[in-house]
Ligand binder design. Structure first.
Ligand SMILES: *[C@@H]1O[C@H](CO)[C@@H](O)[C@H](O)[C@H]1NC(C)=O
Ligand SMILES: *[C@@H]1O[C@H](CO)[C@@H](O)[C@H](O)[C@H]1NC(C)=O
Ligand SMILES: *[C@@H]1O[C@H](CO)[C@@H](O)[C@H](O)[C@H]1NC(C)=O
Length: 226
């Protein structure tokens, strides 16, 4: 019996050596989609950005400014965002890091969203933010667990990669935060608008069943997000 158990353990160890994901792992994608193409003239990116000849690189490639002010405003939700990633700071290419400044008015919300390619480390600079993420419940996929904090200046919170999260200003004055990402291009999926303002739209029947709502309500929601 004992030998048999040891034999199985050894076999499992050998199998796991050869079939472990660590030995057969695709690289993380660096962008949302990258469809293979034969025609080099019609191609744009090679999983990230094409590299500049290092001899031509200069200090400006590794520099960005403008995080001293708030960025593009999203009035519907009362927040503004200022992004420094590989798309506007080319020196970030292949480095796996980027940063964002977000400003929220009182009751301003960065709506439920995910970053498919990065964890997010939030640092509050000013104001009071209620931030949280949803971790799936391993025992029941139809449930999740909320991890949340009320945060003040100097507080740091981490959102694990890919999980749904939000930031909401619960204070009486504007709030500012910096978010660092372990990706040059974290990506963002805004949950409500992705669902209700997709182009082309998802069939009403699907969303009505998804949210257990009347189709009339689905149409109302579409209007709000379009
Ligand atoms: C790409 O090129 C290969 C080799 O020339 C060819 O066999 C294949 O059909 C091409 N694929 C497409 C999608 O054009
Ligand atoms: C923010 O920084 C930029 C670039 O350094 C500068 O031109 C601008 O005057 C600054 N704005 C404020 C409000 O400090
Ligand atoms: C708060 O933010 C709003 C929107 O960005 C801006 O219009 C307003 O001037 C800010 N208020 C203060 C006190 O900075």
């Amino acid at each position: 019996m004992k030998m048999c158990g040891r034999g199985i353990t050894t076999t499992l160890a050998i199998l796991s050596f050869f079939f472990s994901p660590a030995y057969a792992y695709d690289l993380n994608p660096l962008q949302d989609i990258c469809v293979a193409i034969n025609d080099s003239k019609a191609s744009v990116l090679v999983n990230g950005k094409v590299c500049k000849d290092p001899k031509l690189a200069n200090a400006d490639d590794f520099f960005a400014s403008g995080l001293n002010v708030s960025g593009n405003a999203v009035p519907q939700f009362g927040f503004a965002v200022n992004i420094v990633d590989v798309n506007n700071m080319p020196g970030l290419n292949t480095l796996g890091i980027s940063i964002v400044r977000a400003d929220l008015e009182p009751q301003g919300l960065v709506p439920l969203h995910t970053h498919p390619r990065a964890s997010e480390l939030i640092t509050i600079l000013e104001g009071t933010i209620y931030a949280g993420f949803l971790a799936p419940d391993a025992a029941n996929v139809f449930k999740s667990r909320l991890f949340s904090k009320i945060m003040n200046p100097g507080d740091v919170f981490v959102i694990p990669q890919g999980l749904i999260h939000f930031q909401y200003n619960v204070g009486h004055k504007n709030a500012t935060l910096l978010a660092s990402f372990n990706s040059q291009n974290p990506g963002v999926v805004m949950i409500p608008s992705s669902i209700f303002a997709s182009d082309p739209p998802i069939l009403d029947d699907v969303l009505a069943k998804d949210f257990q709502l009347d189709k009339k309500v689905i149409k109302e929601l579409r209007k709000k997000f379009s």
